[in-house]
Design a protein around this ligand. Structure first.
Ligand code: 1CP
Length: 349
């Protein structure tokens, strides 16, 4: 009888980087890597007239998840979905107007809040778990699978404004004026996010990323209460039920609060935003935590020599510590494919 050879600790470079290993070349994936800059995505998207329907179709969402892997061979796939499926599963209808972004019935007061379900309706999210199940059978061995949710503050900001805004003023006003009500909403989103992420992990993702895209608009005390603490609770809740799952947090634009965030929140990697100082990160953060980031999406869009020199600079400054190459925010829809190819050539050497 021949015994199977023992497997290496991790056959996936991203899991090694998340375990704190420094690799000869960093693994790479891109935020929003499945999306409108890909012609094959635009073609697939055109087969469905509603974005939410697309997200809730396991056939379409699984194909969209796999497209950037097939084209570029990234080191991770990210589930194709949206952070706003949580409000939908809490009973707040979400739609996407062509070219205008999300639309929800805004929550302005206690009555609006009381219309939400007490708990997330996981049955409604069954197609998302089905998408995960389909994708995991298709991924190459070395490619990791990332699930995600929006952090409570970012999701709440869309639930309150009913749409995207430049500075989340409606949610900030709501939180300052009605802190008890806001706390209820955040508490509901914390529980919903834990339940949702645990189910994603049970369905087959190995890593979850928590996007707090709007953390950077909050002053210190509000940042602690509405961004840091809820993410801390989600990380604890997920790790309590799924100790092997890996967590990446992306508290975007929080500048000097990063250190406090790391002191408090138990995560496996920190997502850097475009303006985070990579030399400071190398000196003060990478000794204790894997980082992910942070090429400016506008540099990727620009291409040419500035792309090459920025990719080289980031590699030079962050490759001595545990590191996953990514953008500092999502890829822009007008980014040329050749620029992504060029970026990968520079990273892969
Ligand atoms: O028709 C379309 O193609 C709509 C465009 C689109 C796409 C491709 C939206 C609408 N969402 C998505 C997918 C998506 N969204 C993914 C999975 C794909 C991937 O990453 O490859 C993820 C992780 C998200 C996350 C998301 N949605 C965030 C957090 C990350 C970030 O970019 O800050 C946020 C804030 C959203 C809300 C949202 N969804 C879509 C849009 C246009 C927006 C932003 C709205 C606004 O602020 O105006």
């Amino acid at each position: 009888m021949t015994l199977p050879l023992p497997k290496p600790l991790n056959s996936k470079p991203i899991l090694d980087a998340l375990a704190g290993k420094v690799l000869p070349r960093p693994p790479v994936w891109l935020m929003r890597q499945a999306g409108r800059y890909l012609p094959e995505y635009r073609e697939l998207r055109a087969t469905s007239d509603s974005f939410m329907h697309f997200c809730f179709s396991p056939d379409l969402a699984s194909r969209a998840t796999l497209q950037p892997i097939e084209r570029f061979g990234f080191d991770a796939a990210i589930l194709f979905s949206d952070i706003l499926v949580i409000p939908e599963a809490l009973g707040q209808k979400v739609s996407f107007e062509q070219g205008e972004g999300p639309r929800l019935q805004p929550i302005g007061d206690a009555a609006g809040l009381s219309r939400l379900h007490d708990q997330i309706d996981l049955k409604l999210l069954e197609p998302v778990f089905e998408t995960i199940d389909r994708v995991k059978g298709e991924l190459p061995d070395a490619v990791a699978f990332i699930g995600f949710c929006g952090a409570p503050w970012t999701v709440a900001s869309y639930m309150i404004a009913g749409k995207g805004t430049p500075d989340q003023a409606p949610a900030r006003l709501f939180a300052y004026r009605y802190p008890e009500l806001f706390e209820k909403l955040i508490g509901k989103l914390v529980s919903a996010s834990i339940d949702y992420l645990v189910r994603q992990i049970a369905a087959g993702v190995e890593i979850v990323q928590i996007f707090d895209s709007w953390a950077g608009v909050l002053p210190g005390p509000a940042f602690r209460k509405w961004s840091l603490e809820p993410i801390l609770k989600i990380a604890q809740g997920v790790k309590a039920k799924c100790p092997d799952a890996r967590i990446i947090a992306f508290p975007r634009g929080v500048a000097t609060h990063l250190m406090e965030f790391l002191d408090c929140v138990d995560i496996d990697a920190l997502g850097l935003n475009t303006s985070d100082n990579t030399r400071w990160v190398a000196q003060y953060i990478q000794g204790r935590k894997t980082v992910q980031g942070n090429l400016d999406p506008l540099v990727l869009l620009t291409g040419g020599d500035s792309l090459e020199s920025e990719v080289r600079r980031i590699l030079y400054e962050l490759s001595a510590g545990p590191f996953i190459f990514n953008l500092g925010h999502g890829i822009l829809p007008s980014t040329p494919i050749e620029h992504v190819e060029k970026m990968l050539r520079v990273i892969r050497g």
